[in-house]
Design a protein around this ligand. Structure first.
Ligand SMILES: NC(=O)c1ccc[n+]([C@@H]2O[C@H](COP(=O)([O-])OP(=O)(O)OC[C@H]3O[C@@H](n4cnc5c(N)ncnc54)[C@H](OP(=O)(O)O)[C@@H]3O)[C@@H](O)[C@H]2O)c1
Length: 276
């Protein structure tokens, strides 16, 4: 029997997960969604054939899994009055809202925090997952069932590591897009037609990623294999290393990690102030 999954919030991320679950065989009758507006509810009902509504408490009643998919700043309002049934699991995909805050709001510590990324829209995402150590293996498997429907999953051991996941894979698609732009512009500067440079840059990254996945080798080894002594690749890579590419990325990820941590602290303070 498939678990009854209730989504609170039906935007981009919830729609990705609902589409992924349906494609993986999860029956539409075992999915429900609550949103803010009647328009969104009607659109989602039409698109996915699932039950939709605008009453969060009613939608969540009797659910085995609750997926909280509203913006972080909408969370306090969205979970007001929600009480997961005993044994139910809550999964939050909202950046920065901590397990302790959610547990307090919901009166249940059976909570998983997930940090998916935008390729989830095309079911090729990767999600970092965190759960308190005492969460049962069956609940962890349920979280993998939900997030695994839109890509890969991996667990982190400490909640603060979700900020590092945000910095790496959450923000990562933007790094890839930026590098593709940079490569395109550098190719154009060497005299290539901009459209040709764009295709070369894009297909080279996609091809290299597919090659790395298919080869299953350490990327450092693959790089050594394509870098002949005294050749053009070696000249370019030596320049990138001398210019501090590794340091630049370490600093960039540290900036994203700090920003995510700060946002988490702000949200925790707002939650505490709202309770006072
Ligand atoms: N998109 C991503 O790639 C991504 C990646 C990682 C994490 N996330 C996280 O996923 C969460 C959702 O992001 P999103 O991009 O899907 O947001 P979104 O497209 O803005 O969707 C938000 C949804 O929440 C609904 N909502 C707002 N307030 C509500 C309330 N009080 N009760 C019930 N529903 C309510 C909205 O309903 P209406 O449609 O009626 O306004 C809308 O369906 C965020 O916390 C974000 O941090 C997203």
């Amino acid at each position: 029997m498939y678990p009854l999954i209730a989504f609170i919030g039906g935007g981009n991320m919830a729609a990705s997960l609902i589409g992924g679950l349906l494609a993986a065989g999860h029956p539409a009758q075992r999915l429900r969604v609550a949103v803010r507006s009647a328009d969104s509810a009607a659109r989602l009902r039409q698109r996915f054939g699932v039950a939709t509504g605008t009453d969060n408490v009613e939608t969540a009643a009797g659910a085995d899994i609750l997926v909280l998919a509203v913006k972080p700043q909408q969370m306090a309002e969205a979970v007001r009055g929600l009480r997961p049934q005993p044994g139910a699991l809550t999964i939050s995909v909202a950046a920065g809202v901590r397990v302790a805050t959610l547990a307090q709001w919901l009166g249940s510590a059976a909570v998983v925090r997930a940090m998916p990324n935008t390729p989830a829209l095309f079911r090729c995402g990767i999600s970092g997952l965190y759960a308190p150590p005492e969460l049962a293996a069956t609940a962890r498997a349920q979280a993998e069932h939900v997030l695994g429907s839109v890509g890969e999953t991996c667990w982190v051991e400490r909640e603060e590591q979700i900020d590092a996941v945000t910095a790496l894979s959450g923000c990562g698609p933007a790094y890839y897009f930026l590098l593709t732009e940079v490569l395109r512009d550098a190719g154009t500067a060497l005299g290539l037609d901009p459209a040709v440079a764009a295709r070369l840059a894009h297909s080279t990254f996609v091809g290299a990623a597919q090659m790395a996945r298919a080869a299953g080798e350490d990327v450092a080894l693959l790089r050594a294999q394509v870098t002949s002594k005294g050749g053009s690749t070696e000249a370019a890579v030596a320049h990138l290393e001398a210019a501090g590419l590794g340091r630049i990325f370490r600093e960039a990820l540290a900036a994203a990690d700090s920003r995510a941590r700060l946002r988490g602290e702000e949200l925790a303070q707002q939650a505490a102030a709202a309770r006072a």
